[in-house]
Design a protein around this ligand. Structure first.
Ligand SMILES: Nc1nc2c(ncn2[C@@H]2O[C@H](COP(=O)(O)OP(=O)(O)OP(=O)(O)O)[C@@H](O)[C@H]2O)c(=O)[nH]1
Ligand SMILES: [Mg+2]
Length: 258
């Protein structure tokens, strides 16, 4: 299990800070955007974390983010994945929320901290503050909503601007159950994903199509990149930009064996 000491930037002990997937040296402070965001959002009264969030027994912790226009189904995908539920009514996310889910990949316990961001423009300043340190993104559009597909390029630019170079991205065309209302052909989605260098899935939170696959593929891609990074872990980062995935893993071993 990883060593979790020190404190995050607002002074919360790292043992109580669920956001830092880091082994922090004692007495050191590390920037933690989520804690700062929580502090801003609730004027110093941290929101209670879900019970699973306190579980410290894991080999790896990955921070993932769901992004994309409002109403594309980000929250629905998360609820389908984490709780296997679906609600037809639309309650737009305010700011940001998260769920924790632990998965097993090749005998390793991987704790996923999945952040569900609000798609509405007015929350953009808050949500982009959470991009830092995210290891993977699900960039979601709605196959029955052309505007949400046109916005994908802008979302990809946001990832480039606010996250680090090693973040992995999967493009998800959600609501593929709405075949009669579809305005974005599957091939268009695949072409754009290829252009942007992302993997691509169509999914349906409603009919539970490809939901588990999308999340698990993202975990696998992160593990693959982590292992590649560990292969050259003795070499300094060529461009000096950002940190390698290996540097944020709390794992005590050198390889995640995913
Ligand atoms: N038919 C269909 N409807 C869906 C699907 N996923 C979500 N919806 C519906 O689409 C609406 C919006 O879903 P949300 O998950 O709240 O959207 P969101 O992306 O989280 O929106 P914001 O929180 O505003 O960013 C809701 O009414 C959902 O029930 C799907 O796969 N198929
Ligand atoms: Mg939402």
């Amino acid at each position: 299990m990883g060593t979790r000491r020190g404190a995050c930037q607002i002074g919360r002990a790292v043992d109580q800070c669920e956001h830092l997937p880091l082994a922090v040296p004692a007495n050191q402070r590390v920037s933690c955007e989520p804690c700062k965001g929580e502090e801003m959002a609730s004027a110093g009264e941290p929101r209670p974390a879900p019970p699973d969030a306190a579980d410290q027994s894991f080999d790896y912790m990955f921070k993932l983010l769901l992004i994309g226009n409002s109403s594309v189904g980000k929250t629905s995908l998360l609820f389908r994945y984490a709780e296997d539920t679906f609600t037809p009514s639309f309650v737009s996310t305010v700011g940001i929320d998260f769920k924790v889910k632990t998965v097993y990949r090749r005998a390793k316990r991987v704790k996923l901290q999945i952040w569900d961001t609000a798609g509405q423009e007015r929350y953009r300043t808050i949500t982009t503050a959470y991009y830092r340190g995210a290891m993977g993104f699900l960039l979601v559009y709605d196959v029955a909503n052309a505007e949400s597909f046109s916005a994908v390029q802008d979302w990809a630019t946001q990832i480039k601007t606010y996250s680090w170079d090693n973040a992995q991205v999967i493009l998800v065309g959600n609501k593929c159950d709405l075949e009669d209302d579809r305005v974005v052909p599957t091939e268009e989605g695949r072409r754009l994903a290829h252009e942007l260098g992302f993997e691509f899935f169509e999914a349906s939170a409603k009919d539970n199509i490809n939901v588990k696959q999308v999340f698990e593929r993202l975990v696998d891609v992160i593990c693959e990149k982590m292992n590649e990074s560990l292969d050259v872990s003795d070499a300094p980062a060529a461009d000096g930009k950002g940190a390698r995935l290996s540097e944020v893993s709390p794992a005590p071993t050198r390889s995640c064996a995913c």
